[in-house]
Write a protein that binds this ligand. Structure first.
Ligand code: AMP
Length: 117
């Protein structure tokens, strides 16, 4: 059994967050430490620790992350100018919270895709 993270508490609304969207499959809220003018996290309600743990039966959930990202980008007014969707995996990917999440970032030019240092 994977260990719960703070994101499970957010899904259950046990800790305060700026909740933007929730349905039976996914939850979206503002990142607590935004890296751009718009920075939203979209997560599955099911605890999937990393991209490596996604199963074929999760395909509906994974698709929902994208349709909600698209809808939120429109609502935030950043769809036309553009935005970036990011999902980090494990140590080399820079993953910090082991409950997969899609970062929706935008609201300004984002520069090159990778900043390796
Ligand atoms: P990652 O490095 O891809 O695992 O990203 C984890 C993200 O979760 C970071 O951008 C954090 O700022 C964000 N984060 C961690 N705790 C919270 C929280 N309580 N509410 C909102 N965002 C959070």
């Amino acid at each position: 059994m994977a260990e719960e993270t703070i994101f499970s508490k957010i899904i259950r609304q046990e800790i305060p967050t700026e909740l933007l969207y929730q349905d039976d499959l996914v939850t979206a809220f503002r990142d607590i430490a935004p890296q751009a003018k718009t920075h939203i996290l979209i997560i599955p309600n099911k605890l999937i620790p990393t991209v490596n743990d996604i199963e074929e039966s999760d395909e509906l959930i994974m698709g929902r992350l994208f349709t909600v990202a698209k809808q939120l980008a429109k609502e935030e007014g950043i769809a036309e100018d553009g935005f970036r969707l990011i999902m980090n995996c494990n140590q080399h990917g820079g993953q910090e919270v082991y409950h997969i999440h899609m970062h929706l970032v935008g609201g300004q030019p984002l520069g090159k895709m990778l900043a390796l240092k």
